[in-house]
Design a protein around this ligand. Structure first.
Ligand code: PFF
Length: 488
């Protein structure tokens, strides 16, 4: 056991990591983004592709990140530096840690604005500020909410302060304690909402929409969006999972823990769909209204239903809690790095980070009102933060992580840390070496508009490419065979 191993805080309870990592994974991505993406990309076929992406890319990348964090026992930068040094590789790989840490922080800068919407809508539900009789009325309320920089700023400031207070209290006393009641509370509220949906009259339509497979609605765009969302929803390549992994006790099984988190995250996304779409369908609304789905269509639907206000309040409490358990994970990497390297207390590190966060997020918030004209290449600051993180930094970071775990480190490092049965280990290695990198490269081809390929119809070509790179890769690196033969 290294000195670092002894001195690093660890999760207190058996479920500490699982709850915290699930709290990180389950957030606006599940309750806000997943349902509207499913609506936009045509329902069941999108859901199926999303599940494939979670299993083939999300799970292997998450296992790699947790293993890197636990092996290196530090923030992404320190952990990666230690792990590569142990394998005798260049410490330039710690740049990957820098990028992950920056990515988590940048996501948070726009995430607090969206989380602020959720708190604002909770308040509107409580105070009766959502009276409107058409989608246009609701759009006007949403517009007015964004047009006032002071109130919009106040809500995102509230989220920033709440996040920093929790993180400032530490891993066990702040993060673990808060997720310990917020996560179960959220699931209970979600179940109540689903039960409500069952009696709303739109449940059958919702089930059909979410689970009926219609190959014709499968587009390349939808497939790539599913892949990108797999990264976002599992909080990958943003420092969150790696840092949480650095507090994971040595005896915990990374494979089992990762599967638990991924399954829980997916279940919550599907459950959110089962809570939202029945209400939408029961009121004869369209599922494809985009990002406004839960801020415009849903509140309107609630108004028309018995006990709708009560359930609207429950819904926005749930959304706000889901957002908070994610936002705390996005700054943990930065706070952990500052306390480990700059000799300052956790509280000082949290408040220092909070001030910078507040400044940058205020700039993002202004994109909706006085900064509406401040655009670069047609995008606002808010959109740039989203584009840079979701479309570039997360996939690039994910690529770096899998190449690091799959090819760069000595094979004993990952094999010891993951401690899997030989065949499962071989499967993980195949995924991180070939399947995940190929999937990620496709995101880039699309995001950078390098080529306009219809991936949906070209899957035989993709399988061929996968086979070719696997053969080339294994000829170049004989380690997969060794690992199959060697005892794990
Ligand atoms: N997984 C979160 C969600 O689905 O809302 C978003 C997220 C959290 C992204 C933490 C990145 C991160 F580090």
């Amino acid at each position: 056991m290294t000195t670092n191993e002894q001195s690093r805080t660890q999760w207190l309870g058996r479920w500490g990591f699982v709850l915290a990592a699930t709290g990180s994974a389950v957030g606006l991505g599940n309750i806000w983004k997943f349902p509207y993406m499913t609506g936009e990309y045509g329902g069941g076929a999108f859901v199926l592709v999303y599940l494939v992406c979670i299993l083939s890319v999300g799970v292997p990348v998450m296992m790699t990140e947790i293993a890197l964090g636990r092996r290196g026992r530090g923030s992404p930068i320190d952990a990666i530096r230690r792990v590569v040094t142990e394998s005798g590789r260049t410490s330039a790989w710690s740049l990957l840690g820098w990028m992950a840490m920056a990515c988590g922080f940048m996501i948070l800068c726009f995430y607090v604005v969206v989380a602020g919407w959720s708190f604002a809508y909770l308040w509107k539900m409580l105070s009766g500020g959502l009276a409107g009789s058409s989608v246009d009325d609701m759009a006007a309320i949403f517009g007015a909410n964004n047009a006032n920089p002071f109130s919009l700023g106040a809500w995102s400031t509230l989220v920033t302060v709440a996040t920093m207070v929790i993180v400032g209290k530490g891993v066990q006393g702040g993060i673990e304690k808060s997720v310990g009641w917020m996560m179960p509370g959220m699931v209970v509220m979600l179940l109540i909402m689903i039960a409500y949906g069952m009696f709303s009259g739109g449940f059958g339509d919702a089930l059909h929409f979410l689970f009926a497979f219609n190959a014709a609605s499968l587009s390349s765009e939808g497939m790539l969006a599913a892949m990108g969302h797999a990264f976002f929803t599992l909080s990958l390549a943003s420092g969150a999972i790696l840092t949480y992994g650095s507090y994971l006790p040595r005896h915990a099984s990374i494979g089992r823990t990762t599967l638990t988190v991924a399954v829980a995250d997916t279940l919550v996304a599907l459950m959110a769909g089962l809570a939202i779409f029945p209400v939408i369908f029961a009121n004869g609304m369209e599922p494809n209204s985009g990002p406004g789905l839960i801020f415009m269509s849903l509140p309107l639907a609630f108004q028309a239903m018995p006990l709708g206000t009560l359930f609207g309040i429950l819904f926005f409490i749930m959304l706000s809690m889901a957002a908070l358990t994610s936002s705390i994970s996005m700054v943990e990497a930065t706070v952990s790095w500052l306390t480990d390297n700059k000799g300052i207390s956790r509280r000082a590190a949290s408040w220092g980070t909070g001030i910078v966060l507040w400044l940058v997020s205020t700039l993002a918030m202004l994109s909706f009102n006085i900064g509406a004209d401040w655009t670069l290449a047609g995008k606002h600051f808010f959109d740039w933060l989203d584009f840079l993180t979701s479309r570039l930094m997360m996939p690039l970071g994910g690529l770096g992580m899998v190449l690091l775990g799959g090819f760069v480190l000595n094979s004993s490092v990952m094999r010891d840390e993951l401690n899997l049965a030989p065949t499962v280990y071989a499967l993980w290695l195949f995924m991180v070496r070939y399947v995940s990198p190929l999937g990620i490269l496709l995101i880039f081809v699309d995001a950078l508009e390098i080529a306009n390929v219809d991936f949906a119809s070209q899957w035989p070509v993709l399988l061929l490419v996968l086979a070719v790179i696997t053969v080339i890769g294994e000829l170049a690196s004989p380690r997969l065979r060794q690992s199959l033969v060697a005892k794990s």
